[in-house]
Ligand binder design. Structure first.
Ligand SMILES: [Zn+2]
Length: 128
């Protein structure tokens, strides 16, 4: 039995958030995430199109840096090779595994051991 002057409903209310309040908070969090996602991750209308946000631009720069490092490593290995041949496989360069694939799409870099050329197969990265 409740003591005089206490409202049992009010005591129960103070214990925590009710379902409506939780749903309102959830809707606000989802709305903020939906607003911020295209600005920071980027947006695309078709799966084949590239993301264009700052994070995807940063990944593009990392891809260019990986390819520059790989090309420098291939050139160094070719120069130090007694026959002047490029390495037969990118794993001979002993680079970290993360540097052997595109950070945007995760595709492994294409390497031609005959010419020593390395390229990114990700759409839009062909010119890197
Ligand atoms: Zn790439």
């Amino acid at each position: 039995m409740a003591s005089p002057g206490q409202n049992p409903g009010r005591a129960r209310r103070a214990a925590g958030l009710n379902m409506i309040e939780l749903l309102v908070v959830l809707v606000i969090v989802v709305a903020v995430a939906a607003y911020l996602w295209p600005r920071y991750v980027g947006s695309r209308s078709k799966p084949s199109e590239r993301y264009t946000g700052p994070i995807s631009q940063a990944r593009d720069v990392v891809c260019q840096g990986n390819l520059n490092q790989l090309r420098a490593g291939i050139q160094a290995a070719t120069t130090s090779d007694p026959d002047g041949k490029p390495p037969s496989d990118l794993s001979e360069l002993a680079m970290p595994a993360d540097m052997l694939k595109c950070p945007t799409g995760g595709e492994a870099y294409r390497y031609d051991s005959a010419s020593g050329r390395v390229q990114c197969p990700h759409p839009g990265h062909e010119g890197y």
